[in-house]
Write a protein that binds this ligand. Structure first.
Ligand code: GLY
Length: 568
């Protein structure tokens, strides 16, 4: 059942209350599955969702709210929210125009192909994940400034101010955050030369207040100086000093030259719906479209949700899509990617020609395909829809939880460890077990391949769904399942988000699944036809909005985490 919380001048009343506000405009509702008439923000933390909605209520549009939410996440959700990382923002304006702001990090100019290998050519453990060398040049601040300058309506200073206030005044940490800070305590202490705000004398508990004064000062410099407040001046000097302390290689020139990129979204039709998502350097959009097209010819709704037949088909498609990822995908500015061929119907029908309804394939026998004409865990997602129908789906990350756990001294923000998303050595699995080759090798100035998959779905030219998820390699398969749950199985957005999930990524060659996602009969049938199955902790954490007939917005904040829908 929905947990409805009505907020009135900052006082919180729990469940089902109906508080009459003197200022109707400031009234909002929040919970995990809520329905509202006007705007909505669904994100990983109640504070960031509230801040996003407060911007909508000040007549900001969806992009103003998204930028405010992103900066707020950098404060209240340091596990993945960031100014030291990067991401992808998919925008659809109410007149149907679409755009992608790619603010993915880049390899520093002094990066090199074998920088994570020792003298014998072996991967040096931890170098691409736990050190200053793990960080790519951050993209978030430039991405937010570009998104706001192209689409924002309110002044930038008004949009970033709530995040500054949140950092200065502090906020109560959730139970899960208290656990995250406590379990990461040792890394924070070992990898920093000072005691970051995330470490206290005693262990954290739910409700303790986290104040981040140094981060507030950095955000003020961004408020007052725009991109110069981050990529040059005091913040840049602090970042370079931090790099020098830990033998990192991000230079003044890297910061000065970083630019986010506006890209054309990737689109496809699926059963009469239009899927809009992101192109490389994220692999997520191509994988999602391949999965939808490979499964399109089969009667999923007849086979049923998470039946053995449905799961078998979906994982066989996943196996093939991830094999292609390993071979073909990387930064389009460095490698020629046969995008059109990889998502063509002809190629994907051919790719599934070896699908056998009665037998699992072996990943060793599935090689990347040969598209015609080709020569050669922790992330976070938020969804925003404003009252006028503009929509934003944005996924942003430091890579795994708290990035490399290194906080820029006196600047208060965490650095990413996104360099691990490169293929540091052909065939060597990264932290998500993904393997890759030359297309995703380290090169100076190159963007590392991502799996982030923000998605917007249209029905008959109108906005229907806005969604995305964290989860590294499981991101595209998670959004695939949520889309299929709504479009094929007719679930509500809350049911679709809550439903149990499974995942296959070619290598390692097994299906991972959440407890209770697959019933015992289906598990047995899948094993009988040759699948290896491994139960694992939860997969993904979706934040979605669905537009209902009549125009109301339904929020689907994943109950696997402390995610929050907020609207008015
Ligand atoms: N760092 C996770 C991703 O971009 O896929």
């Amino acid at each position: 059942m929905n947990r409805l919380i009505c907020i009135f001048f900052g006082l919180i009343f729990i469940t089902g209350c109906s508080v009459k506000s003197a200022q109707e405009k400031d009234k909002f509702v929040e919970g995990q599955d809520i329905t509202t008439d006007n705007g909505m923000v669904v994100s990983a933390h109640p504070q960031s969702s509230r801040i996003g909605v407060s911007i909508l209520q000040k007549d900001g549009n969806a992009v103003d709210a998204a930028v405010a939410t992103e900066f707020a996440l950098a404060v209240c959700y340091p596990e993945a929210g960031n100014i030291g990382g990067g991401g992808f923002m998919l925008i659809r304006t109410s007149d149907g125009k679409t755009d992608v702001i790619d603010y993915r990090e880049k390899a520093p100019i002094h990066a090199s192909r074998d920088m994570y290998l020792d003298k014998s050519g072996n991967v040096s453990e931890g170098l691409s994940t736990e050190t200053h060398l793990a960080s790519g040049v951050p993209g978030t601040v430039d991405g937010m400034i570009i998104a706001h300058s192209k689409y924002g309506k309110l002044p930038f200073k008004d949009v970033i101010q709530p995040a500054i206030d949140l950092a200065e005044k502090g906020f109560p940490v959730t139970r899960r955050q208290a656990e995250d800070f406590n379990s990461n305590r040792k890394s924070f202490l070992v990898r920093n030369s000072f005691r970051p705000a995330f470490v206290k004398d005693s262990l954290w508990k739910e409700g303790d207040i986290l104040i981040q004064s140094a981060l507030a000062e950095t955000l003020k410099r961004i408020r007052d100086q725009g991109r110069e407040g981050f990529y040059s001046g005091m913040t840049a000097r602090l970042m370079i000093r931090e790099m020098n302390r830990g033998n990192g290689i991000i230079s003044e020139q890297d910061l000065k030259e970083y630019r986010s990129v506006s890209r054309i979204p990737l689109t496809a039709d699926y059963k009469g719906f239009r899927i809009i998502t992101v192109a490389p350097p994220s692999s997520g959009g191509i994988i999602l479209i391949q999965l939808l097209k490979m499964t399109d010819p089969y009667p999923l709704s007849e086979w049923g949700f998470n039946s053995s037949k449905t799961i078998h088909l979906m994982v066989e498609a996943e196996r093939r899509a991830f094999a292609d990822r390993s071979e073909y995908l990387g930064d389009p500015e460095f490698v020629k990617i046969p995008v059109n061929q990889l998502v063509s119907k002809k190629y994907l029908i051919d790719r599934m020609s070896t699908f056998d309804e009665k037998r699992a394939s072996f990943s060793q026998e599935i090689r990347p395909g040969s598209p015609e004409g080709y020569t050669s865990e922790e992330t976070t997602h938020y969804s925003v829809v404003d009252a006028g129908g503009n929509a934003v789906a944005a996924t942003t990350t430091l890579n795994n939880t708290f990035g490399n756990s290194i906080v820029v001294d006196s600047a208060g923000f965490l650095l990413n460890n996104q360099m691990d998303d490169f293929s540091v050595k052909p065939g060597f699995p990264n932290m998500y077990g993904l393997v890759g080759g030359e297309a995703n090798s380290v090169q100076p100035g190159k963007r590392m391949l991502s799996s982030m998959t923000p998605v917007i779905v249209e029905k008959e030219g109108k906005l229907l769904l806005v969604l995305g998820s964290p989860g590294g390699s499981t991101i595209p398969t998670t959004v695939f399942q949520v889309i299929v749950n709504v479009l094929d199985f007719g679930m509500s957005i809350a049911q679709a988000v809550d439903a149990g999930r499974f995942h296959h990524q070619w290598l390692p060659d097994w299906i991972s699944y959440e407890k209770h996602a697959i019933d015992s009969v289906s598990l047995e049938k899948l094993r009988d036809i040759g699948h290896i199955l491994k139960e694992r902790p939860s997969i993904g954490s979706v934040n979605a909005i669905m537009i209902l007939p009549g125009g109301k917005k339904a929020g689907g904040a994943d109950k696997r985490s402390n995610n929050s829908s907020c609207g008015y």
